[in-house]
Design a protein around this ligand. Structure first.
Ligand code: 23J
Ligand code: MN
Length: 262
């Protein structure tokens, strides 16, 4: 019979720093870049607002607090299966109903930063993932696949981050066959450093927005606007990515943390 697991060595490693906690989230505020959908999808997520209620003053003498106006899909955020029409019927497809064990999982980090530096429209294909697996090992069932692009270094400027011209946004992402392949390996989710999980060009793919359409069709998750993927090893980090327990939530801003052995 297997022995009961013991977390004391993890507790010690966290204290000593031999396991480091890396913050993969961007600051969340009025300056956070937000997706701009084309005019045929008229309605967009509104700008983030932070309103003060009291600040140790006549409105609350001993306390400070704020209220927020905040779209679910704002900043570093989690995409739940019911976000997309292809995942709308999953009983456990909203942020409040996902089994929390899915919020802690290993991460595979595929470095595409050199390709993206040359071409902001770069797409990671199934062949690209297979080449990565030859070097670093298989994508394990239940693990995240994260596309490292260093795109997060643009996150401070909405213009640079969205990188749009008259032809639309130019930002990297996955091909259809990339998403099909990682699903065949049992990936729990797909994560990117861009404003959404799909490439800027993904509206023209078949199906449109494959990271959304296919991942959510399989009851799997997305993470968008991740930061600091360059601080992670290709394999071995553990991701903690728990969305707010929004009732019937389609997604949620969140703090994404990675445990990394040093
Ligand atoms: C709504 C419509 C299209 C897209 C998105 C949202 C996202 O990227 C998102 O934040 O989930 S592509
Ligand atoms: Mn989203």
């Amino acid at each position: 019979m297997a022995q009961k697991a013991d977390l004391s060595s993890l507790a010690e490693a966290l204290l000593s720093g031999s396991v480091e906690v890396v913050d993969l989230s961007a600051p969340l505020g009025p300056q956070t870049p937000l997706i701009k959908l084309p005019p045929d999808f008229a309605k967009n997520t509104p700008a983030i607002e932070i309103h003060n209620i009291s600040n140790y003053d006549k409105n609350g003498p001993f306390w400070s607090w704020n209220w927020l106006k905040l779209g679910e899909h704002s900043g570093t955020h989690f995409d739940a299966p019911i976000h997309w029409i292809s995942g709308k019927d999953y009983a456990d497809g909203s942020t409040d109903k996902i089994n929390p064990k899915n919020f802690v999982a290993p991460a595979n980090v595929i470095d595409c930063s050199a390709e993206v530096k040359k071409n902001p429209d770069f797409l990671l294909s199934a062949d690209g993932v297979r080449a990565w697996e030859k070097k670093h090992g298989d994508i394990a069932k239940g693990s995240w696949v994260l596309m490292r692009t260093d795109w997060y270094t643009r996150n401070g400027s909405e213009k640079e981050f969205l990188n749009a011209d008259d032809k639309g946004p130019h930002s990297p992402g996955p091909t259809v066959d990339c998403i099909e392949y990682i699903l065949s390996k049992g990936a729990i989710g797909w994560g990117s450093e861009t404003v959404g999980t799909d490439a800027g060009s993904a509206g023209g793919m078949t199906p449109p927005f494959p990271a959304h359409n296919l991942m959510h069709k399989s009851n799997r998750y997305g993470l968008a606007s991740l930061c600091n993927l360059d601080k992670l090893p290709p394999k071995g980090a553990i991701l903690i990515a728990a969305p707010l327990k929004i009732v019937n939530g389609t997604g949620s801003p969140l703090r994404v943390l990675a445990l990394v052995a040093r």
